[in-house]
Design a protein around this ligand. Structure first.
Ligand SMILES: Nc1ncnc2c1ncn2[C@@H]1O[C@H](COP(=O)(O)OP(=O)(O)OP(=O)(O)O)[C@@H](O)[C@H]1O
Ligand SMILES: [Mg+2]
Length: 860
């Protein structure tokens, strides 16, 4: 009777044991007492015939016998180095990887297993998301998942495809790190030459960085190491599957191959019925292993990365996350989820390049390695943009060549091939010469800051965002991305290259700006950041900030904007203060646009954040001066030197990126001496006008009387309405410096933020007796009431533009271009009405301006 697999039960040993006599002619069983066959009368042998013995179970693995090693990369990729074996001629197409054979122990005759049995299970994986190769040697074999706690490999790292495979790891994306599972007691002796990257733990608290693939000749696409596994199973052992010689187990790429131990006796016959075939196929699938693999892939906690990147991305958002928003940044899908019991929303990135077919991922990785090995030494590329262009060009050719060489399908038609190669070359550029995963975030217009805390490989990237106009989205997000240590190093070297500034233990801070991404970068390293490199990237808005945008977002009232415009027009010295990230530089940029286009402006900055090129494009006369960072830099002018130079450049408004040292002294001296030209604008760290006074007078050492050269202090604040975690950027104070003798360090508020109405409210001083407004009115030959009307008209036309933008959903009218145009229209009308009768009719002027706006806005 056949068993349920369609195989005949093996009774030969039973017959042999029972002394029954088998007829040598017809095979009939005869009792031991028969001398002739009861069926055909053939004389029976005196003793039962010797049956073909079944292969005996080999002696159990002696204690010192080297167990096949399993090398585990984080949570996923398992690589196998086979124990030594004589080469099998049938496998010559797939040469076994080089290894250092460990000394062969003498097998003991008696099975003495005193240690936990080492797994003979091998996972031989060109790992990918949907398939995995798994070989389970016997049902006694410990679960392969337990082998994740690295067993050291004998010999060398197998060469082949697996090192180009995407990798997975568990992440702490939505749960705290898992405690490490205890190591199995049995520890085979560590070979001395153990390559470091082969033994990596999946301990969540020590996430390893991506392995650096060892330098090797052009990688082969033949899964060589899988053949290394084959000899292991070709040793016929009782109770173990023996690969038939006619069907060498050469797992095809992408195929799920599961070798299941099947008892073989040599006496069985497989029934070749359709059902038998199906049953046999099913029996080959390691359901448990497959399920585990799938669970791991679908597990929300796992993270994934292709071989060409060392940054991990969790592909699945949490099940309980509620999607608030979805949009695309180039090819990347961005989803914003609110997560129960979590304050910050989740910024979930799905990267196109992390979804590529595996062979395309491999192509990019090989191209990356080739590029790093054969980078033309004679080419000196220092700017990021130059390098990117060069890498794209080189990568396009290289990828095509490699695809052909390795027979990787990149398209059915020529057009498809070109499209694929171009796409892959862009990805290559992003990871070789660009900023990798971070690049996608810096391309998102809603992202304002990107923070990578040290150690980079253990902290998820978090962001500061803005502009979603959705109350459910606060200003802080956590992402599903963790930047690997290698990628963090690569980012640092790119920033160093771009800035030319030093970064070392002696100078562990690097500040620079990356024009390519319109981003200001601050990096800190050891010993300042004991756990490694940390980054803060401030992405500047690609469109310059304007007072109109600030009104639109509620950061300043129209009247506040009108007042600021009036003060700028009146050539005031304005210091903008506030805490970190409160919007000081953005406000100074917006105020620069309030200068008449005829006004020459000189900017002095150590990181280029002000919208100089954009303003120049709009017709403003701006001269930017780039100075040495306070943290040092080679061959750059100090801010003080630059200021001295700019004072000699003739009458111009001066905009200082940040007032902090010696240059402040020079500036105040120049202002006192009246050589500073017209208006002066600058940012300074502080929280209140009084704090600024103290900083300037006591820290920087400006005499109190000199401080009186300052006219106005504007405070940019971060407010938290109702004590929530949300932070709104609001102008909280516009104060004037009291210039009266003996009242140094005193200020009068012209406008103050009111928390209840969430707006800037004008004070009585503003309405009646502001010293600064009066001074400007006097210099223009108008009275105080006219000055207030002038401010009122400026406020009214700004309010009108913002209302229009909201009503017709046309944010473009808030842009710098419209600021320049509407201000020019206003100044032309002022000229016109002044020419008419000296006393300007502000009501008529505003009507005229409205007409101009209605005419012009049709083309917006
Ligand atoms: N009113 C605003 N509303 C929303 N976002 C703003 C506003 N003002 C500025 N931002 C954004 O906030 C971020 C910080 O702005 P900014 O660089 O001007 O701050 P800062 O005070 O100069 O910071 P730092 O102290 O680091 O120099 C930028 O990404 C900017 O685009
Ligand atoms: Mg700033």
């Amino acid at each position: 009777m056949a068993d349920r697999r369609g195989k005949r039960p093996d009774r030969s040993q039973a017959y042999a044991d029972s002394n029954l006599k088998v007829c040598p002619k017809c095979g009939t069983l005869n009792s031991p007492v028969e001398t002739n066959c009861r069926m055909c009368a053939t004389p029976l042998p005196r003793t039962p015939p010797t049956m073909q013995p079944a292969p005996q179970a080999p002696p159990p693995v002696p204690q010192q016998q080297p167990a096949p090693s399993v090398t585990v990369t984080p949570q996923a990729e398992r690589k196998y180095t086979a124990p030594p074996k004589a080469p099998d001629a049938s496998q010559t197409a797939y040469p076994a990887p080089a290894y250092t054979p460990p000394p062969q122990p003498t097998p003991r005759p008696e099975p003495v297993v005193t240690q936990p049995q080492q797994p003979q299970a091998l996972t031989v994986t060109p790992a990918r998301q949907d398939t995995e190769r798994r070989y389970t040697a016997s049902s006694k074999t410990p679960d392969t998942s337990q082998t994740a706690y690295s067993q050291p490999a004998y010999g060398q790292q197998p060469q082949g495809q697996a090192q180009y495979a995407p990798q997975y790891r568990a992440s702490d994306t939505y749960t705290p790190p898992q405690p490490q599972t205890p190591q199995p007691a049995y520890q085979p002796a560590q070979p001395q030459t153990q390559p470091q990257w082969e033994t990596r733990s999946v301990d969540m608290s020590q996430r390893p960085s991506a392995p650096t693939p060892p330098a090797q000749p052009t990688p082969s696409y033949q899964p060589q190491y899988t053949q290394a596994a084959t000899p292991e199973v070709s040793q016929p052992q009782y109770g173990q599957y023996t690969q038939p010689a006619s069907q060498p187990s050469q797992p095809q790429y992408g195929e799920t191959t599961v070798l299941r131990p099947t008892p073989r006796t040599g006496m069985e016959r497989v029934e070749r019925t359709p059902l038998g075939n199906i049953l046999q196929s099913i029996s080959k699938v390691d359901i448990v292993g497959l399920k585990k693999g799938m669970n791991r892939i679908l597990d929300k906690n796992h993270m994934f990365r292709p071989g060409f990147s060392s940054s991990w991305v969790a592909p699945k958002p949490p099940d309980d996350g509620v999607k608030i928003r979805e949009y695309y940044v180039k090819d990347a899908k961005i989803e914003i989820f609110s997560i129960p019991n979590q304050i910050d929303v989740l910024y979930h990135v799905t990267l196109y390049e992390y979804q590529l077919p595996i062979e395309h991922m491999q192509l990019v990785q090989i191209a990356r390695e080739e590029l790093s090995q054969h980078y033309p030494k004679h080419i000196q590329l220092t700017r990021l943009s130059q390098t990117k262009t060069y890498v794209t060009k080189l990568g396009t050719r290289l990828i095509y060549k490699l695809a052909k060489k390795h027979g990787i399908n990149i398209g059915m038609t020529r057009a498809e091939e070109i499209a694929t190669v171009n796409k892959l070359a862009q990805i290559l550029t992003k990871y070789v010469a660009g900023l990798g995963v971070v690049e996608t975030m810096l391309e998102d217009k809603f992202v304002q800051d990107v923070y990578i805390d040290a150690p980079a490989s253990e902290n998820r990237v978090h962001l500061r965002v803005g502009g979603y106009n959705d109350p459910r989205i606060g200003d802080k997000c956590i992402t599903n991305v963790t930047v690997g240590d290698e990628d963090a190093e690569a980012l640092l070297s790119r920033f160093r290259l771009e800035s030319g500034r030093p970064f070392s233990e002696a100078m562990p801070v690097l500040e620079t700006d990356i024009k390519e991404y319109n981003t200001r970068v601050t990096v800190i390293g050891k010993p300042l950041s004991p756990e490694g490199i940390a980054f803060a990237l401030r992405r500047h808005s690609t469109d310059p900030w304007t007072l109109l945008k600030l009104i639109y977002l509620g950061s300043v009232s129209p009247l506040g904007a009108g007042l600021l415009s009036f003060l700028i027009d009146g050539r005031s010295t304005i210091l903008v203060t506030g805490s970190r990230g409160s919007g000081k530089t953005s406000l100074v940029g917006a105020l620069m646009l309030e200068f008449p286009q005829s006004q020459r402006i000189i900017t002095i900055e150590d990181t280029l954040e002000l919208p100089v090129p954009e303003m120049r494009e709009l017709g403003y006369k701006v001269q930017g001066i780039f100075v040495q960072s306070s943290l040092g830099g080679k061959g750059e002018l100090t801010a003080d030197d630059a200021l001295k130079v700019s004072l000699r450049l003739g009458e111009s408004a001066i905009v200082l990126g940040e007032v902090r040292g010696q240059e402040a002294k020079t500036l105040y001296e120049a202002m006192r001496a009246g050589t500073a030209g017209s208006a002066v604008l600058g940012t300074i760290h502080g929280n209140t006008p009084r704090a600024i006074y103290e900083r300037v007078v006591f820290d920087i050492g400006i005499p109190p009387k000199s401080f009186n050269a300052t006219d106005i202090v504007v405070v940019a604040g971060l407010t938290s309405p109702g004590g929530t975690q949300k932070q709104l950027r609001r102008l909280t104070q516009i104060s004037e410096v009291v210039k009266e003798e003996g009242k140094e360090g005193q200020f009068n508020d012209l406008m103050k933020y009111d928390e209840h109405s969430d707006t800037l409210v004008e004070t009585e001083i503003f309405k009646k007796n502001s010293e600064r407004i009066k001074a400007i009115a006097d210099s223009w030959g108008i009275d105080y009431w006219d000055a207030i009307q002038n401010i009122g008209v400026r406020a009214a036309y700004r309010a009108k533009i913002v209302e229009y933008a909201k009503a017709y959903n046309k944010p473009q009218v808030l842009s710098a271009k419209w600021v320049a145009a509407s201000n020019n229209a206003f100044w032309q009308l002022v000229e016109k009405y002044y020419a008419k009768g000296k006393k300007i009719d502000y009501v008529a002027l505003l009507n005229d301006w409205n007409k101009w706006f209605e005419r012009s806005v049709k083309y917006a």
